[in-house]
Design a protein around this ligand. Structure first.
Ligand SMILES: Nc1nc2c([nH]c(=O)n2[C@H]2C[C@H](O)[C@@H](COP(=O)(O)OP(=O)(O)OP(=O)(O)O)O2)c(=O)[nH]1
Length: 178
């Protein structure tokens, strides 16, 4: 287990940056997820996203690119709503991962299965959390319930890749500079 001061040190290390975008259909109370078919997190349902590349002009552009690559649709109003840091407590050499979470309410195109993802709509009350990353059940409600229009930031400590050890999560007025 990491001591509190070690956690603080690890959080400040240079991070690897990712995006994750959730397409939400508020009217029908459902969210578009994809079953990941390859690589890290294979078999899990997730939003669409991936690593931010040097060639991406912005993090938002990276999020839009990944959505298009993985589900063949173009988000029209994507907005960053949260930032989550993942710390791999039993792998000291592995940098923390920073995931920028986006929500989109409108899009163009027709979602399609790709080599990476099989898209499917899920009602808000039937999200398959048992087949998702362990942190998701904690922060999804903050993305889906946008009544309060607050953003969120969190840190999740994992061991053995998929076991969630502990976490902190808070709502914030605006996202911090990173
Ligand atoms: N919901 C959720 N998403 C996560 C967690 N951890 C985590 O990396 N992700 C997301 C962030 C990214 O969108 C995605 C991992 O990126 P990726 O490995 O698919 O990246 P990529 O497509 O660029 O990679 P590649 O396979 O093309 O090399 O998974 C988590 O705990 N919960």
């Amino acid at each position: 287990m990491l001591r509190e001061e070690d956690k603080e040190t690890r959080k400040k290390k240079k991070k690897k940056v990712f995006t994750l975008l959730l397409v939400v259909d508020d009217e029908n109370e459902r969210v578009l997820l994809g079953e990941k078919k390859t690589g890290f997190g294979k078999g899990f349902w997730n939003g669409f996203g991936g690593k931010v590349e040097e060639s991406d002009p912005t993090v938002l552009a990276a999020a839009l690119r990944e959505l298009e690559e993985e589900a063949c649709i173009q988000a029209l109003d994507a907005k960053e709503v949260g930032r989550i840091t993942f710390i791999w407590i039993d792998e000291p050499e592995k940098p923390p991962w920073l995931v920028h979470i986006f929500r989109a309410d409108t899009y163009s195109g027709q979602e399609r299965e790709t080599e990476e993802m099989r898209p499917q709509w899920f009602p808000f009350d039937a999200i398959p959390f048992q087949q998702m990353w362990a942190d998701d059940q904690h922060w999804y409600p903050l993305v889906l319930n946008r009544q309060k229009r607050k953003n969120f930031e969190g840190t999740f400590n994992f061991k053995e890749v998929t076991t969630l050890v502990d976490f902190e999560l808070k709502e914030v007025q605006s996202l911090s500079m990173q």
